[in-house]
Design a binder for this molecule. Sequence first.
Ligand SMILES: Cc1cc2nc3c(=O)[nH]c(=O)nc-3n(C[C@H](O)[C@H](O)[C@H](O)COP(=O)(O)O)c2cc1C
Length: 187
Amino acid sequence: MEVQELLLNRRSVYPRQYNGTEIPKEALMKALEAANWAPTHKRTQPWRFFVYSQENMQALVDQWIKMAKRNLEAKGEEWTEAAEKKYAAMRQSSHIIGIACHYTGLVPEVEETCAVAAAVQNFWLSLQDQGYAGYWSTGNGIFTEEMHTYMGLGAEEKALGYFLCGVPEGVIPPSIRKPVDEFVIWK
Ligand SMILES: Cc1cc2nc3c(=O)[nH]c(=O)nc-3n(C[C@H](O)[C@H](O)[C@H](O)COP(=O)(O)O)c2cc1C
């Protein structure tokens, strides 16, 4: 695909649209290689990717369910069938990738965070270019101390989300954007 076409067609595709089959390891490695070529000030390469395959993602989804149930309980709300379905669909992912940033102290933290975002975008575009799909999630208590510990991160690291991915099926709904003119200030 042409680069511009790929950029404009990149979509967040959610687990209910994954068919439950696995993305081949070579395709994932190719996308991870693309991620590793994101720009990074002083070449600190601050991205960390924790790759869960179908066999070992179940415990992770159980952890998310445990936290979601606890949050609902605290609000006096019930666990719904819709919630059950949402997490069941997540188990249909081919892989779930924990995204973290490792802060080296060599450059301001914001620069390391930006580099990780660029790496995720590279990963995402490469994956989609190969016919696969996914989305970046910052839900499921990702910024809590509990998830920090669950991911086994150190004091110099921060969780930035999970990338859920799979083999897409069905029609992917279009996305929308306001016109770029609204965000460009020509000086
Ligand atoms: C850093 C980041 C975090 C996101 N977190 C979530 C999330 O927690 N849940 C969700 O449904 N979508 C999440 N998204 C996806 C956005 O909602 C999505 O990109 C947006 O709706 C536009 O859709 P598109 O990517 O198909 O253009 C996240 C995207 C980014 C960049």
